[in-house]
Design a protein around this ligand. Structure first.
Ligand code: IMP
Ligand code: MG
Length: 176
């Protein structure tokens, strides 16, 4: 596998995360506590940076979903791997995702959360592969649109590699 080449620099990510946090803080001002639900594993670094820059009361929860077994080939189905520990009835939910590719994962998650009668559900994704979308899904807060390439870093992996890179880089997957 090739070494990653920079697509979005650390400085650009940090600037955009600060902007998103300001926008979210403004939109939710006076709404009471929001519940950030981060999708593991990829969103962990984005969540850490975003949540620390919010100025509204927030709690942090995690869920894990799986659609890619290994590498970059989509298995089609989405599987719930780890659920929330508590109910979210009446809560303002903000789903925090690393990347929206086909949209299946986020769509599945939103539909699942809606059945639990939250006060509201919004979505925040750091990056979206615009041309790849197969399922209609609203992203309320989006960091960047990117082309159809495999990206790693800032939480994102290729077969569990490169998650800790401070930037988002492109790799050539071996399995395509
Ligand atoms: P979707 O269900 O097709 O939208 O896929 C979303 C999930 O696939 C993301 O949450 C990631 O876990 C994974 N994914 C999709 N594209 C990439 C990529 O370029 N790099 C790393 N993970 C990706
Ligand atoms: Mg993800």
């Amino acid at each position: 596998m090739s070494e990653p080449t920079v697509l979005i620099s650390e400085a650009d990510i940090q600037r955009r995360v600060t902007e998103l946090a300001a926008q979210i803080s403004g939109d939710y001002a006076g709404a009471g506590e929001i519940t950030l639900i981060a999708v593991l594993k990829g969103a962990f670094i984005f969540l850490a940076d975003l949540s620390r820059r919010l100025t509204v009361p927030r709690r942090i929860e995690f869920m894990a979903l799986s659609s890619y077994e290994e590498g970059s080939v989509h298995s089609g189905a989405v599987r719930l791997v780890m659920d929330l520990r508590e109910g979210v009835e009446g809560r303002h939910i903000l789903v925090v995702e690393d990347i929206v590719d086909t949209g299946r994962t986020l769509h599945y998650l939103i539909e699942l959360l809606k059945t639990r009668e939250p006060a509201s559900v919004r979505t925040c994704a750091l990056v979206r592969k615009k041309d790849r979308h197969e399922v209609e899904v609203d992203i309320d807060y989006l960091g960047f649109d990117i082309p159809d390439v495999w990206v790693v870093g800032y939480g994102l992996d290729y077969a569990e590699r490169h998650r800790a890179l401070p930037y988002i880089g492109v790799v050539e997957p071996d399995d395509q």
